[in-house]
Design a protein around this ligand. Structure first.
Ligand SMILES: *Cc1c(COP(=O)(O)O)cnc(C)c1O
Length: 435
């Protein structure tokens, strides 16, 4: 058997081979040593959520036949229907739509909104500006096919400067035409705090008090399995997310989900397929096993990503960078923002994340004009599934304060390497000096 010292030398050699220098590794080890207690807490949440998913799978009698491919119309696809029941039960929702035909999170959100808002009705965000890609969906930035083109108007109440809900502005904004409130759980590319499920519950209670029949929808992207509860368990009528984020567990090759009230989900299904067809159609083309197995792994995969985020926060905070959430804050999504203060530093950070990847580790990421975003964006990802951001990835718009949004890591061990290499690149370029 190897003793601790030998083991450490072996690891250090391996890190050196992968490009992490001894001083950077030592710095990382010092940061990591202080995180043991928080990691225990994350593992406990994962334990609960793992049991929750297992309970849902057992209750719905998941069996090998459910993994079979269906083709064509996909009539009588029991695997598809059972997967939807599993999602609904795990998320404490009456119904769910879980489909590979939903391309991404943006489409899932567009689907939920366009299915449940009719001309003349108003969409309302009580938590400020939504995620960048929703601006064109809603028509905040004019766009062909936007909700605005179909006569759906939009209103917004911003958060107060300290991050609290502006209850007065919210009450004032809700009118007879207000039909659906969209609440974004994660901060996305904004510098506000992410909302906890408990705070979302408080907000929904207030919204329902203002207008009992208001549909409350939560953009749940990046939030799944971070806490023991999902927003559907605190009053949300709909939650929406992407399968190439948390709930796909890294195995789902594509897809999105919407979970919530039966009548609202039925409208979404009809919007996705067509009136009269609804949930009855949609071939799974053989992806079911990955969707089931990914959902099964999602609680522990999310835990690994969370550990990576907390490690990054503490490491960069110690180096003097502003990080959101900060090193000690409680977590409600897997995104970590690091304000890198210069385009050079943002690019170096992303280069490090890229260099740690299992796929495409040899390429250098460069900023580009990405569809749906209004400034150039740099993205680092060496993923098994293109664009999958439950896999280790970093991105950020090239605008001050040059914030890198870091997320994912199918394993904590991989996330750690990525963060160490991001620091290595900053040191190599002379942007950071380790004391
Ligand atoms: C990722 C994300 C979306 C959009 O999802 P895509 O899959 O990239 O289209 C929407 N809202 C939030 C908060 C997100 O994080």
């Amino acid at each position: 058997m190897r003793d601790d010292k030998e083991q450490e030398l072996l690891l250090n050699t391996m890190y050196r081979e992968l490009g992490v220098s001894d001083p950077v590794l030592a710095y990382g080890r010092q940061v990591e040593a202080k995180l043991a207690e928080r990691f225990v807490e994350i593992d406990r949440t994962a334990e609960y959520n793992q049991l929750k998913v297992l309970r849902a799978m057992q209750k719905n009698r998941v069996c090998a036949e459910h993994f079979a491919a269906s083709s064509g119309y996909g009539y009588n696809d029991d695997g598809r229907d059972t997967l939807e029941a599993v999602y609904a039960d795990a998320f404490g929702a009456p119904a769910a739509l879980v489909r590979p035909q939903i391309i991404c999170g943006t489409q899932a959100l567009y689907l939920a909104l366009s299915a449940n808002l009719l001309p003349g009705e108003e969409l309302f965000s009580p938590v400020g500006k939504p995620y960048d890609t929703l601006e064109e969906v809603i028509g905040i930035r004019p766009s062909i096919g936007s909700l605005a083109e179909y006569g759906v108007t939009y209103a917004q109440a911003d958060l107060l400067p300290d991050g609290r809900f502006d209850y007065e502005a919210i009450r004032a904004a809700i009118g007879p035409r207000t039909k659906l409130a969209t609440i974004q759980r994660s901060k996305g590319y904004a510098s506000r705090p992410t909302l906890s499920v408990a705070r979302i519950g408080e907000l929904i209670a207030f919204l329902k008090q203002c207008k009992p029949d208001l549909i409350c929808m939560v953009d749940n992207c990046y939030g799944e399995f971070v806490e023991e509860q999902e927003p559907t368990e605190v009053g949300a009528d709909l939650i929406v997310g992407s399968l190439i984020k948390n709930p796909g567990g890294g195995l789902a090759p594509c897809g999105g989900y919407i979970a919530g009230r039966e009548d609202l989900i039925e409208r979404c299904a009809r919007r996705l397929s067509s009136p009269g067809l609804g949930k009855e159609v949609g071939a799974n083309l053989g992806v079911n096993r990955d969707l089931y197995q990914g959902f099964f792994l999602a609680p522990t995969v999310t835990a690994g990503a969370l550990k990576g985020a907390i490690f990054a926060a503490n490491l960069y905070e110690r180096l003097g960078y502003r990080v959101i959430p900060d090193g000690s804050e409680s977590r409600h999504d897997i995104i970590q923002a690091v304000e890198l203060k210069s385009p050079q530093a943002l690019c170096a950070f992303c280069e490090g994340i890229q260099a740690a990847a299992p796929v495409d580790s040899y390429v250098t990421p460069v900023p580009w004009d990405m569809p749906g975003y209004d400034s150039q964006v740099i993205m680092a990802a060496g993923a098994f599934v293109q664009g999958s951001s439950i896999e280790l990835s970093a991105d950020g718009p090239l605008r001050p304060p040059y914030t890198a949004f870091f997320q994912g890591g199918l394993t904590w061990q991989h996330a750690r390497l990525g963060i160490l290499l991001s620091l290595e690149k900053l040191v190599e370029k002379g942007i950071v000096t380790l004391a």
